[in-house]
Design a protein around this ligand. Structure first.
Ligand SMILES: [Zn+2]
Length: 78
């Protein structure tokens, strides 16, 4: 992916967490953050993998801008 901020090639990578990975609106907070906790408007951005016991999402990184871009095509309410 080309960085939309500086137009240079981004480094391919991924974010792996030992949890479900959610995006949560700023004014809401997950209580006692754990694999299954979320707020009413949380959106899951990485599917939990039962075999690997982790959630993984591809994430491209721009060293120059210090930005990470995550593809959220699978974002869901579950
Ligand atoms: Zn950049």
């Amino acid at each position: 992916m080309i960085c939309p901020y500086c137009n240079t090639a981004m480094e391919k990578g991924k974010i792996q967490v030992n949890d479900s990975l959610y995006w949560t609106p700023m004014e809401e907070n997950r209580i006692a953050v754990s694999t299954w906790s979320k707020t009413k408007n949380s959106k899951k951005i990485a599917k939990w993998n039962w075999l690997l016991l982790q959630s993984t999402v591809n994430a491209d990184y721009c060293k120059k801008c210090k930005k990470i871009i995550i593809n959220v095509e699978d974002m869901s309410e579950e």
